[in-house]
Structures are given as C-alpha cells and as structure tokens.
Write a protein that binds this ligand. Structure first.
Ligand code: OOG
Ligand code: NI
Length: 463
C-alpha cells in the first residue's frame, strides 16, 4: 500500500523530473538552490535549519497551475485530495495586479504539522474568471465558456483513482503507479497544435487568459524550489547569465527574522509550440508563458502582524512614488526597522507571529512550581518557542510574479463593475471548505500551548 504522503512525495518528484525535461533552466535553478542551501548550512550550522530541516527544504517545491472553470477546479481538488492536499486561502489577483490577470486562486497543501514535515508540496491554483465584464465582453465570454466546456483536462480513470485514494487514504501499489502516471501526464505540455487566432484573441485581453483558455489542456506553469538565501541565489543565477525579473518580491532583506515569503523568478522562456494558422496549416511557433521561480520562507505572521506587513507595503509604495530615484529595497529596509521588532522573542511577545511552544528538556528541575504566564515560562527557561513556517502565498507577490512575466499589459474595461468572487464562493464552487490560513496557524499554536499546560500540570497557558 502507498499512503497519501508517499503519493504526494512521489508526485512532486515525478512532476519535477518531467518539468526539468520540459524546461531545462528549471534544473539549473534547482542545482543552484541546492548549492546555496549547502553553503548556508555550512556557514550557519543548526541555525540554518530553524525554519525546517535541510531534508525538508531540499525536497520542498510549490507548483502553479491554472484552470478554466469551477468544474475543472473541482476535479483538480479531487486529484490533490488524493495527495492529502486541501484548499487553503483565497487570493484575488484581479485586484492585486496592475496588468490584466483575470483569475482567482487558492493553494492546495497539507495542513497537518506532521504531514507538512513529511512532504510540504503545495500547488498555487488559479481559475479563470470569464464572468468578469472588465475583461470579457458578453460575446467573448460566451465563446470562452463554450470552448472550456468542450475540453477534458483529467481522464475519468484518474479521477476515479483519486477518489479511492482520498477515501481510503492510500492505494495498492499498482493503482498508485497508474494514478501517478495519469496525474503527471495531465500536467505535461501538450503537443496538440494551438489555434493561433483564438489564442491571439484571448491574448489581447490577457496573456494569462490565453494560456488558460486558448488551449485544450492544462500544464504546470512553474515549479518552485525553496532556498535559504534568496539574495545569494539571485546573484548566482545572474552570474550564470540567466535573466531574472527586476526584484525579489515580499519583505526586504533586513537584520530581523525572516518572515512570510520572499520570491523571485527568471523570465518566461520562448518555448516551441505547434500553432494552427487560420488557413489550417500547422506551423512551429513559440509561446512565452512558463518561467522559473524560487522562494525563501520565513515565520508565519498573525493577523495583526500581517496587517502591519500590508501597511508597510503601502508605506513603501507611497514613499517610492514620492522619491522615484531611491532604491526601493533600501526604503523598505528602513521602514521595516521602524515598524517590526527585530527578534523572534519580540514578535512572539507582541503577538505578531506564530510559534509553537514546547516544554524545555533542560527546564528548572528543582521542586519549584512553574509560573503561570507564557512570558515567565519563557524567561525562566521552562518553555521554548519554535517559529511556525509560513506555508502560504502573498497576493501582492503572486500578482508581481504573474505580471513581471507578461510582456503586454492586456486590457481592462474600467467602466464595468468586477464580478464578485470570495472565499465562500470558492468553497461553494469546490464543494470543499477553503480553509483560512490564519486559523490554521492559530490552532497549531494553541494546540502546543495546551500540550505545555498538560505536561507542566497547569490549568492553561494563555497565548
Ligand atoms: C501563479 C503565480 C503566483 C506564487 O508563487 O506566488 C505564484 C501563476 O503564475 O500561475 O506562483
Ligand atoms: Ni509560484
């Protein structure tokens, strides 16, 4: 029998092998990431593993895929459900991006601490919004929905195996093998010729819409390794002559703890694709949609910490607009130091970030009773705090990544009111609850506090 986490790990590995064959620059990115991680580990020792063991970080990937309809999204959810991955978070990239990015997204990932430690594979999954009149007029919407209704991304055999794996939590070896083959194949780039005129029609609205709704299959858009020093990775990739996007998205490099998520990517590459011209000929052309991304992960912020992060971003925008010749990263660093405490301990004390708490093996062993409050428990060495890693995404960074890889802004009709989508809508469309990432981090923290209370014989340890 192959359990869900083994299926997840195997799927991530095979997807990585497949994507490496399709996009060789990805393999370079993975190699350079591994070198950087080894160097950081050598230089920092155990500190380098504070936010995840080196074996987890080395195997860690997130993928990105894009689908066209709620029906397709429900099917994707079944495939990922088989791998023990659940929809977490709602991202509205239509609002976060300046260019036309007509999608709403969620991320499928394991939610349980043990499952994350076994293999944290996650997939940022976007769904097209043909009902949004800012991007699609009624005629184009109808043609698009009609096109999407006529395609099948996932064969029924794959979905049947997925349902069995999800219900049983495992599959017999032969079925697992078949499931993995079909699942990986569903995300390969199709050799089927692309209808050039239809693709171009959608591309005028948005290159993302064309990538999703202009073809009869789906494909993995990128697969992202995790790196322990993203600034160093950026330098090394540039040295190798790979053209990176202008910036690293997310928090700046600064003297305090790493928080949330920092990401960067290399530019989308022109890939050979067969195109069908309006007169019916098949020619070889090129499309530029897939890129390579890399990320560094930090501590999960609480709702309050996140509000502070969002406010900081707004302040950086504001100052950067007023001081156009100043380096944005410098500006961000200065503002960060003003608004965020620069130690884990202070982040915890101010309730800005999430930690799990553990009774210290070397706690005071005399007969004294432990103090009741968390602050004193920490100060007097009874309890230790371990940072919770941020397992999710950032809408603004995601929009930045989408956008920096578009060569054209696309078009948007500002006279129209956007179609409303939110987390509840998405849950409904999926037939599964879209989980709130903040709730998950909070629950994890609270469970650890309850465990501490039990072990120390205290009634409760308020967080
Ligand atoms: C997804 C872009 C967002 C991330 O890591 O924030 C993303 C896409 O290009 O489909 O992958
Ligand atoms: Ni990504």
């Amino acid at each position: 029998m192959i359990s869900q986490w083994q299926l997840r790990a195997a799927f991530a590995q095979r997807l990585s092998d497949m994507y490496g064959r399709e996009v060789p620059a990805y393999t370079t990115l993975v190699e350079v990431s591994r070198e950087v991680n080894e160097d950081v580990l050598r230089a920092q020792g155990a500190d380098a593993e504070r936010l995840g063991s080196i074996s987890r970080v080395t195997a860690e990937r997130h993928g990105a895929i894009r689908v066209g309809t709620p029906e397709e999204l429900r099917q994707v959810a079944r495939v990922f459900g088989a791998l023990g991955m659940h929809p977490v978070g709602f991202y509205d990239l239509r609002e976060a991006a300046a260019s036309a990015v007509p999608v709403v997204s969620t991320a499928f990932r394991p939610v349980d601490g043990e499952e994350l430690a076994r293999n944290p594979f996650r997939v940022f999954t976007s769904m097209l919004t043909p009902a949004d009149p800012r991007f699609f007029d009624p005629d184009l919407r109808a043609r698009l929905e009609n096109f999407l209704a006529g395609r099948q991304l996932f064969p029924p055999e794959l979905l049947a195996l997925a349902d069995r794996a999800e219900a049983a939590g495992e599959l017999p070896d032969a079925d697992a093998e078949r499931f993995l083959q079909l699942a990986v194949r569903a995300f390969e780039l199709s050799p089927e010729p692309v209808d050039q005129a239809w693709y171009a029609t959608l591309e005028r609205v948005s290159a993302v819409a064309a990538d999703i709704g202009g073809v009869r299959s789906t494909h993995i858009n990128h697969l992202t390794p995790r790196v322990l020093d993203i600034d160093e990775l950026y330098r090394r990739m540039t040295e190798r002559g790979i053209e990176m996007i202008d910036t690293i998205q997310g928090p700046p490099r600064w003297k305090g703890p790493d928080v949330l998520l920092r990401q960067t990517s290399f530019r989308a590459l022109a890939e050979p694709r067969a195109l069908r011209t309006p007169d019916g000929n098949v020619i070889s052309g090129a499309l530029r949609v897939r890129f390579g991304e890399v990320e560094a992960r930090g501590i999960a912020l609480s709702r309050e910490g996140r509000a502070r992060y969002d406010r900081l971003l707004a302040r950086v925008d504001d100052q950067a607009a007023r001081l156009p010749h100043t380096d944005r990263a410098e500006l961000a660093r200065a503002l960060w130091a003003e608004e965020l405490p620069d130690s884990e301990r202070a982040l915890a004390a101010q309730g800005l970030a999430h930690f799990t708490y553990h009774v210290a093996p070397d706690r005071p062993q005399d007969a004294s009773r432990p103090p009741a409050g968390l602050h004193d428990l920490l100060e007097q060495g009874w309890v230790r705090a371990e940072p919770v890693v941020y397992e999710d995404f950032l809408p603004r960074s995601a929009a930045g990544i989408f956008q920096s890889n578009l060569s054209d802004e696309g078009s948007r009709n500002h006279d129209q009111q956007g179609a409303a989508y939110d987390s509840a809508w998405l849950s409904d469309a999926l037939g599964r609850d879209v989980l709130d990432p903040f709730d998950l981090y909070e629950e994890q923290q609270n469970r650890s506090l309850a465990q501490v209370a039990r072990e120390l014989g205290l009634d409760a340890v308020p967080g």
